[in-house]
Structure formats: C-alpha cells, structure tokens
Design a protein around this ligand. Structure first.
Ligand code: TXA
Ligand code: MG
Length: 340
C-alpha cells in the first residue's frame, strides 16, 4: 500500500475523522478498552483496508461497534433473552457478544462465519464518532498484527504510521485490555476471550462456560483470533508463577550475567527490590489488577524500547480481572510458563 502521511487528529477534529470514514478510509479511534482501527462495517472495500493496514490474517473476524443496543437488531438474526439481559447490564462497556449474523453484515467482516461480534463502546469519542458517521464501525485493535494492542495514540502511530490516514487521539484508554468476547450463539454461553467484564460479573446473570486453555485449543476455532499469538514483545518472555517466583527468576537470570543481553522483570512495585540486578518494569501497587491492566501493553512495548533480550513476568492470581491479564501474559510468553 502506498505510503502516506498519518495525521493525528484532536477530539475537536472528530468531524474530519467522520468524513474520512464516510469516504471509505480507515481511521484509528480510542475506546474504553484499547484503540480500534475503524472502517464502515457495511463497506467491504473499506473493511478490507483494515486487514491490509494491520497485516491481519483474513480468517480473523472483526468486532462491529454500534452507538446503541437498538442498532444491533439489524445485523443479527435474533437476540436471545439472556443476551439482551447482558446488553442492558454491561453496555456501553467492554463486552462483545457473538450472535447469528444477518445478511446485512458483509462476509469480509466475519471472515465468512455465520456469526457476528458486536459491542457498544463506553467512550465519549467512540460514541460521538459512531453517531456522526451513522454507520457501524468494524474495528479490531489498532496494532500491527502480533503486536500488543495500543493504549495510547503514540502506540498506534508507532505501528501504523504511513499505513492509515488518521489517528483520533483521545489520550490513554481506560481498561487497557481488549473487551470480553462471549459467544451467545451457543448455550450455555461460552467465554471466548476474558476481559474487563469478568467471568464472575457475567455469571451473576447467565451461566457461562469457560474451558481450560488446552480444551480451547482442541476445539474448532469458534474465535479464530485465539489461534494466533498476540501481544508479543521482541524479548523472549517467561511467565513465572507461584510463591518462589523471585528466587526462580534470579536463578534463571544468572545465566545472562557477563553477557551483554539485557534482562528485565515485570513485577509489583513492592517487589522491585527483590531484583537488584534486573531492569524492572513496574506493574503498580501490589495486587492492583486495574492498574496493571491499564499499564500492561505499555510495559510490553517498553520492553522493546529498552532493548530487553529476555523478560521475566511474575504471574498474578486468576480471579476477576486477573483472568484476562493472565490470558494476555500467556500469549506474550508464547506459553513459556514456569510454575514454582
Ligand atoms: O476491546 C476490543 O474488543 C477492541 C476494541 C477496538 O473494541 N477490539 C478488539 O478487536 O480487540 P480484535 O479484532 O483485536 O479482537 C476481536 C476478537 C478476535 O479474537 C476475533 O477472533 C474475535 O474477537 N471475533 C470476532 N468476530 C467473531 C465471531 N463472529 N465469532 C467468534 N469470535 C469472533
Ligand atoms: Mg487485536
């Protein structure tokens, strides 16, 4: 694709972003989770440009963003009562629902699947953009395929400079992790990707299945995105869990002593002193999963700017938001997990 200038638009220039989208261009915009790379979901040519800009595999479907739950009706065949209940409780918000699609949704959006993923983002700029364009926006995270999702406009710029005409800069995103993806085209509903709306939150309203990682991998790819490695920094990442993580990390890092390989550790603020010889990436106050979620992708990008060759990451408990965090960390580590 031709190299062109990528403009950074301020929230005041939202009209320009809407105009570009109406012309069939792709534009990156902030949501409450991560930045999305949007295009008119009803324009197959515009949607195809998303895949090209990101280098995204064609068989990985996109989420359709709408301004209001009433708009979903048009793009799906039916909405089960239990899914409606979830929309009422969690929209706008970081919950994506997978439903049987209507013929209005182009195949390029759903990668040929019979289902479509939809959500109403909880971000004033995203909502205003959706209202101004008047059409739904298909949008994956606005990173190059395989890179950590962008939580700041500069992350988008670093990945997509010269590949997209504009980035609408809304500052740092809120959650910092992509939305929860829930398959509502099956019963019981099935969690495909953990996110800001937690399994515990969902189970207050509906029964939800969530398989073990191994089980999910064996299953037919209901969520094609799950089979790709994501969120990977250039460093070799090891996820280390358990009570003796610090001792193990120090032991493993010793083999890099005397080499010029720079070794880092991602750990809580209160534990940084345990690693005097390593470059520390600070996860925030111990146990504060929300802060960690918000920082996580920035820290993974930091690992690259610092030129780390190896990065050890301390695992966290898998309750609540911890489930989504550990899901992303396992992918960043390409499943190199050491239990102590
Ligand atoms: O928070 C988010 O969800 C962000 C913001 C921009 O909304 N978007 C995002 O999109 O993370 P993306 O494309 O990076 O991830 C979408 C995930 C992928 O794993 C994809 O395979 C899955 O949703 N997905 C999309 N449509 C699907 C469908 N019809 N059935 C199953 N999984 C689907
Ligand atoms: Mg993504």
């Amino acid at each position: 694709m031709a190299v062109r200038e990528t403009r950074i638009l301020t929230p005041n220039e939202i009209g320009e972003a809407a105009r570009l989208l109406a012309q069939g261009e792709v534009v990156a915009f902030p949501t409450e989770t991560v930045y999305g790379l949007g295009a008119n979901a009803l324009d197959p040519g515009a949607v195809a440009a998303i895949f090209i800009a990101k280098g995204r595999p064609q068989d990985n479907p996109l989420i359709v963003h709408v301004a209001d739950k009433d708009q979903v009706e048009e793009f799906v065949q039916e909405i089960p009562d239990q899914a409606r209940l979830l929309m009422e409780h969690f929209w706008p918000g970081p919950l994506t629902l997978v439903l049987q699609k209507s013929e209005k949704v182009p195949d390029v959006v759903t990668a040929g699947l019979g289902t479509v993923a939809v959500r109403v983002p909880d971000h004033p700029i995203a909502l205003e953009l959706l209202r101004r364009t008047g059409f739904p926006l298909a949008a994956p995270s606005a990173n190059l395929s395989g890179r950590p999702s962008p939580t700041r406009a500069e992350h988008v710029f670093a990945d997509l400079q010269g590949k997209v005409p504009a980035i609408l800069d809304g500052g740092e995103t809120g959650w910092g992790l992509e939305s929860t993806v829930l398959d509502c085209a099956t019963w019981p509903f099935r969690l495909l990707r953990p996110g800001g709306v937690t399994l515990e939150d969902l189970r207050k309203y509906v029964p939800v299945e969530y398989g073990t990682l191994a089980g999910q991998e064996q299953e037919a790819p209901r969520s094609p995105g799950m089979k790709y490695q994501h969120y990977a920094p250039d460093a070799l990442v090891y996820l280390v869990t358990g009570d003796n993580a610090a001792a193990k990390i120090r032991e493993l890092s010793e083999s890099y002593n005397g080499t010029d390989e720079r070794v880092g550790v991602m750990t809580w603020n209160e534990r940084a002193h345990l690693y005097p010889a390593l470059t520390v990436l600070n996860m925030g106050p111990q146990g504060d999963l929300e802060t960690l979620a918000r920082r996580l992708y920035h820290l993974l990008r930091e690992a690259d700017s610092l030129g780390l060759k190896v990065l050890f990451i301390e695992g966290v408990s898998e309750d609540h938001l911890g489930l989504a965090i550990m899901n992303r960390l396992r992918k960043a580590a390409d499943h190199r997990e050491i239990r102590t």
